[in-house]
Design a protein around this ligand. Sequence first.
Ligand code: C5P
Length: 246
Amino acid sequence: MSESEARRRLAVPLDVSSLGEARALVGALEGVPGWLKVGFELFGAAGPQALALAGESQRVFLDLKLHDIPNTVARAVAVATAQGVGMLTLHAAGGAAMLAAARDAAAEGAAAAGAERPLLVAVTVLTSLDAAALKEAGVPGGVGDQVARLVDLACSVGLDGVVASAQEAPAIRRRAGPDFTIVTPGIRGAADSADDQSRTATPGQAIRAGSDLLVMGRPIVRAPDPAVAAAAVVAEIEASLGAPAD
Ligand code: C5P
């Protein structure tokens, strides 16, 4: 597997609150990650300008985790599609009608704008939640059961993939097949702090578990040299691609 393939497996979130900070971070990353993730913090501060920060060999992953009535989500997806984003998130728990409206809006928006259709990936259970937190929210069963239910829902509607932890990735792969995209946040090096994440994995563990795209923020963004930290993650991804599951 090539280094460029490994770069396309890493997304670094631009979790900063101004366009200036985001530009500085993109510069410090020196084009190493293949994806730049824009969340609500930066999108709220800088709007569509935040979607124009990617370099030539990079794509933007707009992570607004949409969850609203179908018409509202469809209109938001159409606008983001016209801006040329490469990937969008929405909550699987929004239901089949919302997911289908998003799917149709992405296809129609891309055709109308002559743009590539963004990948639509559904959030299953946030990696900051564990079984106790799900129980508090009234969700029966454990994390695995809830992820399985929401994966089946996303598949039935024809979404491109889901966001899930590395722990659930092998079961999702068996359930949803080889072409389904698994995006995994909560990535940490063996020596990193977990911060507020619960279900963490190292880059190698996540790739071997079958995750396609790793989202790794604070350990890279807060490193003395983010490009060096990101390159080390890319090297670990490259070494793990094609390796058997743990
Ligand atoms: O800094 P850290 O590596 O924890 O950042 C993870 C990023 O992934 C954050 O931008 C967070 O919003 C996002 N994310 C997540 N869990 C999900 C979906 C997205 O942590 N289920």
